[in-house]
Each structure stands twice: as C-alpha cells, then as structure tokens.
Design a protein around this ligand. Structure first.
Ligand code: PEP
Length: 231
C-alpha cells in the first residue's frame, strides 16, 4: 500500500510534525509531494519526498521548470507527472507527460503518473477510451518500470468532495492494470471517512490524497487505514 499526499500550491503541514506522526507505521509506504520550496525540509525530516512535476531535460532554458538532476541533488525521491491540474490548467499533453515520466525514471527517480477522465468524458461513455490513450502513452514511453506507479484520478472527483464509489474505482483500476502492470493509486476526495472502503478494493493499491493531506491528523488517519488493510 502506498499513500501519497499532494500539497498542491499550499504550504502544507510542518514536515517534522508529519514525520513524527507517521513514524513506525508499518505496511504502508507514505510519500509527500510538497511545493518546491518545502522539498528540502521534507527530505531533511526523513519523509519520502516527491516533486509535483519534473521536466524531461537535464538542464536548459525552461523557465519555471525543474529537472531530474536538480531534484536528485536535493535528495528528492521522485515526482508526480500528469496531474489533471497540469493537464487542464497548463495544457500538458499525453506526449509531454510521457516524456516527463520517462526522463524521471531514467534518472533514477520514482514516478506517480496521473490519469483520469473528466465528467464530460464519463457522461459520453468515453472513460475507457480516455484511460487507454493516457495509460498507453505512459506505457509506451516507460514500460512497466519498477519505479513507476499510476494514479487513477477521475477529474470530477478531485477537490470536489465527490468521491468515486469503490465499484467505479475498482473497475477503472482493473482496466488500467490490463494496460500497464504496475500499482494503481486512487485519487479524488479521499478522506479518513472513505479511505478504507476504497482501499479495500482488490486493485486499489493505495491513495493519492490532496486536501486531506494538508492536515497531519487526517493524512495520518488515511495512512493508518491503508496500513490496516493489507498488512
Ligand atoms: C489530488 O490533488 O491529487 C487530489 C486527489 O485532490 P483531493 O484529494 O483534494 O480531491
């Protein structure tokens, strides 16, 4: 089980307080994805630390981007790629997401690659097609790399308070695993109250948590639920 917290563009909790709270939790791998300014403090606190994005080039004239070697030099362990907020607010494409994932893996970083359909795509019955296109792009670039994890994050469930039902999540996770044989995390309004029922699904291998990861107690309680389920 893997539980990752995406702090987005929020300061997030105190890394040392979080590390203390998570210390000694067995059966779950915990990851934090803080804003860039908090990466070093999270590494120093002993947290497994991922950036929220990473570029494919080692260096260059790419203002506002960060490269795999720069993250590695800071002691960062991996990165998210393809978060829906990157895809939808910043125009990231399947091709770009795949390039980012592949470069990060080649450099030795871990990668959580996010995929998921919008409400409109679900309503049109296009969920399977969208997931196939997004996952195929990542698989073609990266293969079933052992440092690659997929996160299924239906866009309509992110930050909305609307969580996928356990059955909806399970169905999408099972499909993704037929395309790419790697662990799949569920993301979309995961909270302490709904974590267990989602994490109990056979193809749900963990959670990617946004809002509820900003509070030490709620993130720890999701991590504890994960630890209880498959330990
Ligand atoms: C996310 O940011 O990846 C996410 C799933 O957010 P939330 O848990 O707030 O829906």
């Amino acid at each position: 089980m893997i539980v990752a917290g995406n702090w987005k563009m929020f300061a997030g909790p105190d890394p040392r307080a979080l590390a203390e709270e998570l210390a000694g939790l067995g059966g779950v791998e915990t990851i934090v994805c803080p804003p860039y300014t908090a990466l070093a403090a999270c590494v120093a606190a002993g947290l497994t630390t991922y950036a929220q994005n990473v570029h494919w080039a080692d260096e260059g004239a790419y203002t506002g981007e960060i490269s795999p070697p720069l993250l590695l030099a800071l002691g960062v362990h991996g990165s998210l790629v393809g978060h829906s907020e990157r895809r939808h607010h910043f125009g990231e494409t399947d091709e770009g997401v795949a390039r980012r994932a592949s470069a990060a893996l080649a450099a030795g970083l871990g990668v959580i690659a996010c995929v998921g359909e919008t409400q409109e795509e679900r309503d049109e019955g296009a969920t399977e097609t969208v997931l196939r296109i997004q996952v195929d792009a990542i698989r073609d670039a990266c293969g079933a790399n052992e440092r690659l994890v997929v996160a299924y994050e239906p866009v309509w469930a992110i930050g909305t308070g609307r969580t996928a039902t356990p059955e909806t999540a399970q169905e999408a996770h099972a499909l993704i695993k037929t395309l790419l044989d790697r662990p799949v995390l569920y993301g979309g309004s995961v909270k302490p109250e709904n974590a267990a029922e989602l994490l109990e699904q056979p193809d749900v291998d963990g959670a990617l948590v946004g809002g509820a990861s900003l509070d030490v107690d709620s993130f720890a309680s999701i991590c504890e639920a994960a630890a209880r389920i498959r330990s």
